[in-house]
Design a binder for this molecule. Structure first.
Ligand SMILES: Nc1ncnc2c1ncn2[C@@H]1O[C@H](COP(=O)(O)OP(=O)(O)OP(=O)(O)O)[C@@H](O)[C@H]1O
Ligand SMILES: Cc1cn([C@H]2C[C@H](O)[C@@H](COP(=O)(O)O)O2)c(=O)[nH]c1=O
Length: 211
């Protein structure tokens, strides 16, 4: 495949969406062909699955159902949007991907990182990102950012107790140890311009090392 698949991970409110927008502008200025997308979502069917998963009233959702719905949304998004863009040689910037399932469903929900990786292997058929940026911020700090943002709708996962978000964070730390070459850690607990500089530098290093 000719394109490059870059994913962005981290706790709620880490600044992923904000940095993706800035990177999109920068890469486009450089003449690169960029596709920005998100999970769960990015295309009609997966956005519909997103609504089901994240609806505030769906508190009865079983953890395995949740994991399978994320994997189903991922599959459709990959075949309909990500893979075709990569075949055309585009740079795909995706807000969350399989590492979110490993941290949230695998570790924080207690389904097991390996078990959730296995159901996702069925969904992604080997399609792992070329590079992942992990936005490192303590969950309580990220959550404080989203609650002070009036435009951000609070969803079912945001409403989980702090203890759950702390487990998500611990889960991410384990996943970073599992994939040290692919996942680069960005200090997200600093002013936006500094976070952006670190993200840009990680991308520059990636181009130098791989292209
Ligand atoms: N470095 C930063 N310092 C202070 N505030 C920030 C920083 N980065 C982002 N923010 C603000 O924090 C809020 C959350 O940012 P953003 O939506 O980019 O995070 P996110 O990681 O995509 O969150 P989520 O995954 O929960 O959707 C926004 O109001 C944004 O303006
Ligand atoms: C892909 C994916 C996401 N999640 C969680 C993480 C967030 O709480 C929401 C998505 O909301 P965002 O504002 O777009 O970050 O879903 C998850 O638990 N598992 C996943 O695979």
């Amino acid at each position: 495949m000719k394109g490059i698949f870059i994913t962005f991970e981290g706790p709620e409110g880490a600044g992923k969406t904000t940095i993706i927008k800035k990177l999109e502008k920068k890469l486009e200025k450089e003449g690169k062909d960029v596709v920005v997308t998100r999970e769960p979502g990015g295309i009609v069917i997966s956005e519909k699955i997103r609504e089901i998963i994240l609806h505030k009233e769906h508190t009865e959702m079983d953890a395995r159902t949740e994991a399978l719905l994320y994997a189903a949304a991922r599959r459709q998004h990959l075949v309909e949007k990500v893979i075709p863009a990569l075949h055309k040689g585009k740079i795909v910037l995706c807000d969350r991907f399989v590492d979110s399932s490993l941290a949230y469903q695998g570790y924080a929900r207690g389904l097991g990182i390996q078990e959730v990786l296995e159901i996702n292997q069925f969904a992604i058929t080997g399609m792992m990102p070329n590079l992942t940026l992990f936005f490192d911020i303590l969950p309580e700090k990220g959550l404080a950012r989203i609650t002070s943002n009036q435009n951000r709708e609070i969803n079912r996962l945001d409403l989980e107790k702090l203890d759950f978000h702390q487990k998500v964070y611990e889960g991410y730390k384990k996943i970073i140890e599992m994939f040290p070459n692919r996942i680069k850690v960005i200090n997200a607990d600093q002013p936006l311009e500094k976070v952006f500089f670190e993200a840009e530098s990680a991308l520059d290093l990636f181009w130098k090392e791989t292209l």
